[in-house]
Write a protein that binds this ligand. Structure first.
Ligand SMILES: *Cc1c(COP(=O)(O)O)cnc(C)c1O
Length: 393
């Protein structure tokens, strides 16, 4: 099919709830995408942080082929090896908790919120989340998302949510009460513009939760699975959450989500309280196992840390040349370039020159290359961005 034909199909039959670019992607390989018109694109935002180890990683593809030949899906009436093995791998790389599997980030957060209510019980119904957050699009998670643009058209939202400014300890303290079941934040706000939590803030959340019998939930849907140079972003800070949620990069391109809770908290989720038909699906879990093995065996955590530092250094060099760059934020390969104005045009021009990056929160360019990236790809991306910034000035 030609690009035009595919777009016509969408116009007729697919709900237009996304602002799509007029390109059809037909193939992905490592750090590159190929469109139906024969263009090759260097992808520095692969799959909106889903393809964390690059497109069609050979280990993931091989694991999927093998699992597909054995068992695609079995419902949770039974046990299945991939689900158990993936839970163990995740548990060993975090705080030793237990996992519940689902299919997306929103569902993982939804499960975390429900578990917090179940575990804390008795009159605790309030949740505190941070301004600029993004937690998903289901009713509970869009309510948790403290950005009014996501709320428009859906009022009234779920009761019980209070929003506080991110990284503001005093505001958090004054929002607390006995009725708080949990605080949920991202260790680095992704959609909100790559805002990194301070160690002081995360420690304060921990202390206030402990003091008030509330749970600390960290949404690691975008930060998790190695992106920051550690398995989970909280591991950069001296703090241990009660629950973490993950999704995006976990399946290497296959839909999967997971919530991990400390064992004693997880015990509150007894049969009948929560479930997901596809959750822990054999195929998705086989992909998850392959992702973790690839990261470990190919040294991708170290690579993410090193390439992240290299990219930030290169971007800081650009900042000297281009006054439109205000600052650079992030950890590892989760990088935000704060501009002094809107970034959409820059992103569009980069794509025309064969580079995909993203713009979030209007003025922040988001760079989240695959963890397999090397210096030459970063150099290539910086060169294109440099050219586009020069043209736009
Ligand atoms: C993407 C994202 C979500 C939502 O994940 P979906 O899979 O789209 O439901 C939740 N939290 C964070 C931090 C995210 O980046």
């Amino acid at each position: 099919m030609t690009t035009k034909e595919t777009i016509e199909l969408f116009d007729k039959h697919v709900i237009a709830n996304y602002g799509r670019l007029p390109r059809v992607i037909v193939k992905g390989e490592g750090c590159y995408l190929y469109d139906a018109d024969g263009n090759k694109i260097l992808d520095m935002f692969p799959g909106w942080a889903v393809s964390g180890i690059g497109h069609c990683h050979p280990r993931v593809v091989e694991a999927l082929r093998r699992q597909a030949g054995e068992l695609l899906h079995i419902d949770n009436t039974f046990y299945s090896e991939p689900q158990g093995r993936l839970a163990a791998l995740l548990s060993e790389r975090a705080f030793g908790g237990k996992c519940f599997f689902c299919n997306s980030g929103a569902e993982a957060n939804e499960a975390a919120l429900k578990l917090a209510r179940l575990y804390t019980a008795e009159g605790k119904y309030r949740f505190i989340t941070a301004e600029g957050s993004f937690h998903g699009r289901t009713f509970a998670t869009v309510t948790a998302t403290a950005q009014t643009k996501y709320h428009e058209g859906f009022l009234p939202l779920l009761p019980g949510f209070t929003y506080v400014p991110y990284n503001d300890v005093a505001a958090l303290e004054s929002a607390f009460s006995d009725e708080v079941a949990a605080v949920m934040v991202e260790p680095i706000q992704g959609e909100g513009g790559i805002n990194v939590a301070t160690a002081e803030y995360l420690r304060a959340i921990r202390q206030l939760c402990d003091r008030n019998g509330a749970l600390m939930i960290l949404d690691e849907v975008q930060t998790g699975i190695g992106r920051t140079g550690k398995w989970f972003a909280y591991q950069h800070f001296d703090v241990e959450p009660d629950i973490i949620t993950m999704a995006k990069a976990l399946g290497g391109g296959v839909a999967i989500g997971a919530m991990m809770a400390k064992t004693e908290i997880a015990a509150a989720l007894v049969p009948g309280k929560h479930a997901s038909t596809f959750g822990g699906n054999c195929l998705a879990c086989a992909a998850g196992i392959a992702v973790i093995e690839a990261i470990e065996q190919d040294g991708l955590l170290e690579n993410a840390a090193q390439m992240g530092a290299y990219a930030r250094e290169k971007i800081l060099e650009l900042k000297h040349k281009h006054p439109v760059i205000d600052s650079v934020r992030g950890i590892g390969l989760m990088i935000g370039i704060q501009l002094t104005g809107p970034g959409k045009d820059i992103v569009d021009k980069c794509l025309d020159k064969g580079l995909r990056i993203n713009c979030t929160n209007n003025t922040v360019l988001r760079f989240m290359p695959a963890m397999i990236t090397d210096k030459s790809r970063i150099d290539q991306a910086i060169e294109i961005l440099d050219g586009v910034l020069s043209e736009s000035e």
